[in-house]
Design a binder for this molecule. Structure first.
Ligand code: NAD
Ligand code: GLY
Length: 362
C-alpha cells in the first residue's frame, strides 16, 4: 500500500492506494469520530462492494443510501432525497458519510456532507480510475444545474481517500480508458518522466497489472495533491492547469450530446488538439505531438475530432466554457511535455486554422 498526503494545514488528509483496502478496518476507523456512518453508493457499485464495506465497519452503526446510476441523477433533487434519508435515520452532527462509487457518487456525497447540518465528516472510497486519480482528491464537490454542469457545489475536503485498486477489475474497459486520459494528463502538465513511463507501460495498465495501476494512481494523486495544496480554490492559475484538454473536451461532449462521448474520451481528444495548437505556436515539436497522440491512441481513446464538429462549431461551443474570463478564452497549452501554461495570448485565427486542419484530417 502507498500513502500520500494532501497538505492543507488543519484540513490535511491521507490518500491510501492499494489492493483490497476495503477490508482493512484499521485504515478507515481512525477517520471516523462518531458511532454512526452512512455509506452512499449506487445501484451498480453497491451490489459489488457494499457487503464487504459493511463487514469492515461492523462495529459501527452503519446505514446505506443507494442512488440510481448516472450523471443525470447528479442533481439537487438527489441531494434533497439524501437529506430526507439522513434526517429519517436521525443522523447527528457526528455522523460520517462515506462515498462508495465513481465521481458521480463522490461529487454528490461530498456536497451533501458539506451541507448537512452545516457540514459533517466524509470519506471518499472511489471505485473508478477517474475518481481514484482525480475527482476524489481536492475537495471539489457538487451537482449539475439544468443550465450548466457542476454549477452548484462547494469546496469541501474529505477526512481521507481510500483508493482500492482491486475495485477496478469490475470496471467496464471503456471507463478504464476514460480514466487513463486523466492519468496521461498529469504526465503532460507536470511529470515528463511519468509520461515516458506511461509510454512504456500503457499495455500493463490496460491489462490492470496491479503494480502498474498502483504506481500510476500514486503518481497521479501526487501531482493532483501538489496542485491542490498550492491552489485549493482555483485562484492563482495552478489548479486551472488540471484542465488541459478540457476546454476542447467540453466542446466535444456538448457538441456530440452528453453521454455519447465519455468525459475522459473527450479530454483525451482535447489533449491532442491542445498539443497540435501548442505545436502551431512553436512550443511543441511535431515529434512531441506524435508521442502524445500515440499514447492517447494506445490508451484506446479517440484522437480525431468528430466529423460533425467543424472549426466554426468548436469555436462557438468553446465560447461558453467556464474558462472564458473578461470575454477572452483562456486555454491550457503545453510549452513542453511536462510543462503546461494557462494563456489567453494566442492568435484566434491560428486556433481556427488548427481546428480546421484537424477537422479536415478526420
Ligand atoms: P461515474 O461515477 O458515472 O462512473 C462510471 C460508471 O462506472 C457508472 O456507471 C458507475 O456506476 C460505474 N462504476 C463505478 N465503479 C465501478 C466499479 N468498480 N465496477 C463497475 N462499475 C463501476 O463516472 P466517473 O468517470 O467516475 O466520474 C465522472 C464524474 O466525476 C462527473 O460527474 C464529473 O463531473 C466528476 N468529476 C469531478 C471532479 C472533481 O474534482 N470533483 C473531477 C473530475 C470529474
Ligand atoms: N478536476 C479538476 C480539479 O479538481 O480542479
Amino acid at each position: 500500500m502507498r500513502t500520500l498526503k494532501v497538505d492543507l494545514g488543519s484540513r490535511s488528509y491521507p490518500i491510501y492506494i492499494g489492493e483490497n483496502l476495503l477490508s482493512q478496518t484499521n485504515l478507515l476507523q481512525p477517520h471516523i469520530s462518531g458511532k454512526q456512518v452512512v455509506i452512499i453508493s449506487n445501484e451498480i457499485v453497491a451490489p459489488l462492494y457494499m457487503k464487504n464495506l459493511l463487514t469492515t465497519l461492523e462495529d459501527l452503526q452503519a446505514h446505506k443510501i443507494i442512488l440510481p446510476d448516472g450523471e443525470s441523477y447528479k442533481t439537487l433533487a438527489t441531494i434533497e432525497s439524501i437529506f430526507d434519508q439522513l434526517l429519517e435515520m436521525k443522523c447527528a452532527r457526528d455522523v460520517t458519510v462515506i462515498a462508495l462509487g465513481g465521481g458521480v457518487v463522490g461529487d454528490i456525497t461530498g456536497f451533501a456532507a458539506a451541507c448537512y447540518q452545516r457540514g459533517v465528516d466524509f470519506i471518499q472510497i472511489p471505485t473508478t480510475l477517474l475518481s481514484q486519480v482525480d475527482s476524489s482528491v481536492g475537495g471539489k464537490t457538487g451537482v449539475n444545474h439544468p443550465l450548466g454542469k457542476n454549477m452548484i457545489g462547494a469546496f469541501y475536503q474529505p477526512q481521507c481517500v481510500l483508493a482500492d485498486i482491486s475495485t477496478l477489475h469490475t470496471l467496464p474497459k471503456r471507463e478504464l480508458s476514460a480514466g487513463l486520459a486523466e492519468v496521461i494528463k498529469y504526465g503532460l502538465i507536470a511529470k515528463k518522466p511519468f509520461f515516458s513511463w506511461l509510454e512504456n507501460n500503457i499495455d500493463r495498465l490496460l491489462e490492470l497489472d496491479n503494480d502498474a495501476i498502483e504506481y500510476s494512481v500514486e503518481q497521479s494523486c501526487l501531482c493532483k495533491a501538489e496542485v491542490v495544496a498550492s491552489d485549493e480554490h482555483e485562484k492563482n492559475g495552478q489548479r486551472a492547469l488540471l484542465n488541459l484538454g478540457h476546454t476542447f473536451g467540453h466542446a466535444i461532449e456538448t457538441g456530440m450530446g452528453y453521454g455519447n462521448w465519455l468525459h475522459g474520451e473527450a479530454v483525451g481528444c482535447g489533449m491532442v488538439v491542445a498539443a497540435q495548437f501548442s505545436a502551431k505556436l512553436g512550443w511543441l515539436t511535431n515529434l512531441d505531438v506524435n508521442r502524445i497522440s500515440s499514447l492517447i491512441s494506445a490508451a484506446k481513446l479517440p484522437t480525431q475530432l468528430p466529423q460533425e464538429l467543424t472549426a466554426d462549431k468548436m469555436v462557438e461551443l468553446m465560447a461558453i466554457d467556464k474558462k472564458v474570463k473578461d470575454g477572452k478564452l483562456h486555454l491550457v497549452l503545453l510549452k513542453d511535455i511536462g510543462e503546461a501554461v494557462l494563456t489567453s495570448k494566442f492568435n484566434q485565427d491560428l486556433l481556427y486554422s488548427t481546428l480546421n486542419e484537424l477537422h479536415n484530417n478526420t
